[in-house]
Design a protein around this ligand. Structure first.
Ligand SMILES: Cc1ncc(COP(=O)(O)O)c(C=O)c1O
Length: 383
């Protein structure tokens, strides 16, 4: 059976050049980067080369780049690290953040921090004026994602950064979905901390980075050795760091060319679906959206059933974030955008990537209408 993978926001295949770059660091260059002999120095050089590659891509300096085990750890380190450095205070975030930020904020509430969860408009955007209004004398951090993982909406990060900078409040951005997909440089954006992850950009899973602007007060949340300038203890994961660096180098080379191609395929999918299926709506911003993300609601159907039916046809799509699948609740992101439940229940995310072709999209367009029709006829949510 033909298989089509449309879940690149969940994870991506490791690029063959990334895998090749990683291989020697499992069995030939296995030294510990903290060792001072030549085995260790070779590993250290590889780690620092990768760090420089990532820092260059972000437009920051290598000393400001901390390796983590991925986006989740980067978000935890940024939010808890800044909160614990202050000891007490108020945090501003949004209701559409990834669980890595939302649940970290909830955990901080349980130990006495105050948190404001801002709403979003019908396109999933946070209003920078609402950020301004939410600021209190004791606000210690604003944390807003760059682009939403479920609907792809790109937040007005520059405008929010102007507000936080004006008020001297640290600004953390969960950049996991935007990093390597849309061009940006951290110079001048008003961002103090940015988390990113390798497995969303054709690198290995379990590695990421956190940018920490020089001078930002943040404590370590994991204690041990002096690694990563005492910001993240633990022996560096050398093969994965090397793979991440290579994945970023490939993004730096290919991103500009790839983005318009993927955007055109994304629009081909949406145009094709609305021409063929009735009662469908696009969730997320019509234009300020990640190149590869299309989130569609099919009224009177349930996302979980659609995913399983599409899976039987070899098509991999998803309902929001991979970690929340398995529940029959409508997505909290789509719900926060004010989408009525009868629509929100059928919200399905297709996320395209570098290997997606027009032929694959046309195949999905052929298969999808009958799948939606069948699920609608069986669904208890049918209206
Ligand atoms: C916006 C966002 N933040 C954080 C994460 C977590 O990243 P990781 O899988 O590297 O822990 C994800 C992953 O889906 C994400 O989409």
């Amino acid at each position: 059976m033909r298989r089509v993978y449309l879940d690149h926001n969940a994870s991506t295949p490791v690029h063959p050049d990334v895998l090749a770059a990683m291989m020697p660091f499992f069995s030939e260059q296995y030294g510990n980067p903290s060792s001072i002999h030549s085995f260790g120095r070779e590993a250290r050089d590889a780690v620092e080369t990768a760090r420089e590659e990532i820092a260059r891509f972000l437009g920051v300096s290598a000393e400001e780049t901390v390796f983590t085990s991925g986006g989740t750890e980067g978000d935890n380190l940024a939010v808890k690290g800044v909160a614990w450095a202050r000891g007490t205070g108020h945090i501003i975030t949004s209701r559409v953040e990834h669980h890595a930020v939302l649940r970290t904020c909830q955990a901080l509430e349980r130990v006495g921090f105050a948190v404001t969860y801002l709403g979003v408009d019908q396109h999933g955007m946070v209003d920078p004026d609402e950020v301004r209004q939410a600021i209190r004398p004791d606000t210690i951090l604003v944390t807003i994602m760059f682009a939403n993982s479920e609907v792809g909406t790109i937040m007005p990060i520059d405008a929010i950064g102007r507000v936080t900078r004006e008020r001297g409040i640290p600004f953390h951005v969960d950049g996991v979905q935007a990093f390597g997909k849309i061009p940006f440089s951290l110079r001048g954006l008003g961002i103090d901390l940015l988390s990113c992850s390798s497995h969303k950009i054709y690198g290995p899973k379990g590695i990421g980075a956190l940018y920490v602007r020089k001078g930002t007060k943040m404590v370590s949340i994991q204690h041990g050795g002096d690694h990563e300038r005492r910001r993240r203890a633990g022996t560096e994961n050398v093969p994965e760091i090397v793979g991440f660096g290579k994945a970023v180098a490939i993004r730096a080379r290919d991103m500009a060319e790839e983005a318009p191609r993927v955007t055109a395929l994304r629009d081909r999918l949406w145009d094709g679906v609305r021409a063929r299926v009735e009662d469908v709506r696009l969730n997320g911003h019509p234009t300020r959206r990640l190149p590869g993300t299309v989130n569609l609601s099919f009224r009177g159907s349930e996302a979980e059933s659609l995913i399983l039916a599409l899976d039987l046809k070899g098509i991999g799509a998803s309902a929001g974030s991979a970690c929340t699948s398995g529940s029959l609740e409508p997505s909290y992101v789509v719900t926060a955008m004010g989408v009525p439940t009868e629509w929100a229940l059928g919200a399905l995310r297709y996320s395209l990537g570098r290997s997606t072709t027009a032929e694959e999209i046309d195949h999905v367009l052929e298969v999808l209408p009958a799948v939606v029709e069948r699920i609608r006829s069986l669904s208890p949510a049918a209206v």
